[in-house]
Design a protein around this ligand. Structure first.
Ligand SMILES: NC(=O)c1ccc[n+]([C@@H]2O[C@H](COP(=O)([O-])OP(=O)(O)OC[C@H]3O[C@@H](n4cnc5c(N)ncnc54)[C@H](OP(=O)(O)O)[C@@H]3O)[C@@H](O)[C@H]2O)c1
Length: 267
């Protein structure tokens, strides 16, 4: 898939992986609708993209909103003349003991990470199906294939994102619209609070740079990949967990013990 002149709606464009994606896609000649809640951050990125000859505009939208998706998608279509790719990247995490997790935080996590992307996809999809081309790109996680203790709700949202991607891809197999599911492993962004960075350090879990992860996501889109798992041994364990979950239970016991110690200080 050639990204030059492609029209891309990117959520979570204001920071981390989304910011890197925006800047790299801008350099590839894409026309970008940058979604997020913080207009100042989005405008700054749009300005940087335009300063390098690219095309980008900011759109303020909260992924937890239960309505408004159709309206903002129409605005984007009018502004860019259409949409070719939707990248569902916005997300939040939650490192805690499940029984202590506040119901409002649980609701926010589910709305941001899965209900929001599903509703936005529902708003964009008829446009792609009508022109019989385009791609939905869903950013999941290693935690969408391996349930990690102390990330129960976050893992649940990413498992849901993987299931949604697979189902939708099969549903659309008679159309020209593709679905790519990308699963990054731990990445150095604001998503990971200090306790998670410490957990990764103590358990030897590698953390990637957001710029590298953005580059791999772009590779996945250009290759029109169906599923794209980032990092070794994470991509191996993601598959192993599907076949021999008891082996992975044992492998994660040490992580769980360290997480139990760290989570008390984090919450
Ligand atoms: N970092 C990792 O270790 C890691 C690993 C695997 C997968 N991922 C996934 O990668 C994606 C990007 O995460 P990141 O690491 O780049 O995190 P990040 O730096 O915290 O960025 C998350 C983005 O999501 C946006 N966002 C959060 N809540 C929102 C809401 N209610 N409405 C609209 N936008 C919202 C934020 O925008 P505003 O706050 O400006 O609105 C922000 O730009 C997420 O889906 C995450 O689950 C991350």
């Amino acid at each position: 898939m050639n990204l030059n002149d492609s029209r891309i709606l990117l959520t979570g464009a204001g920071s981390g992986i989304g910011r890197s994606l925006a800047l790299q896609l801008g350099k590839k000649g894409a026309n970008l609708a940058l979604f997020g809640r913080n207009v100042a951050k989005l405008n700054e990125i749009a300005f940087e993209i335009r300063a390098h000859g690219g095309k980008a505009s900011a759109f303020v939208f909260d992924m937890t909103d239960s309505s408004g998706q159709d309206g903002i998608v129409q605005e984007v279509i009018q502004s860019m003349g259409g949409i070719d790719i939707l990248i569902n990247n916005a997300g939040i995490a939650g490192f805690c003991e499940f029984s202590n997790q506040n119901p409002d935080d649980i609701e926010r996590l589910i709305r941001t990470n899965i209900t929001g992307p599903i509703l936005l996809t529902r708003a964009v999809l008829p446009h792609l199906v009508r022109k019989n081309s385009g791609r939905i790109v869903n950013v999941g996680s290693t935690f969408g294939s391996i349930g990690f203790g102390h990330f129960s709700v976050y893992s649940a949202t990413k498992f849901a994102m993987r299931g949604f991607s697979e189902s939708l891809r099969r549903e659309l197999d008679h159309t020209g619209v593709g679905v790519t599911y990308v699963a990054p492993r731990a990445t150095r962004t604001a998503l990971n609070e200090d306790a998670v960075v410490e957990l990764n350090r103590r358990t030897g879990i590698a953390m990637d740079d957001a710029d590298d992860v953005a580059g791999w996501i772009i590779e996945a889109i250009e290759a029109e990949a169906k599923d794209y798992y980032i990092g070794w041994p994470e991509k191996f364990f993601a598959r192993l967990n599907g076949i021999f979950p008891r082996l992975v239970d044992n492998a994660l016991k040490k992580n769980n013990r360290i997480a139990r110690g760290l989570v008390k200080h984090a919450n």
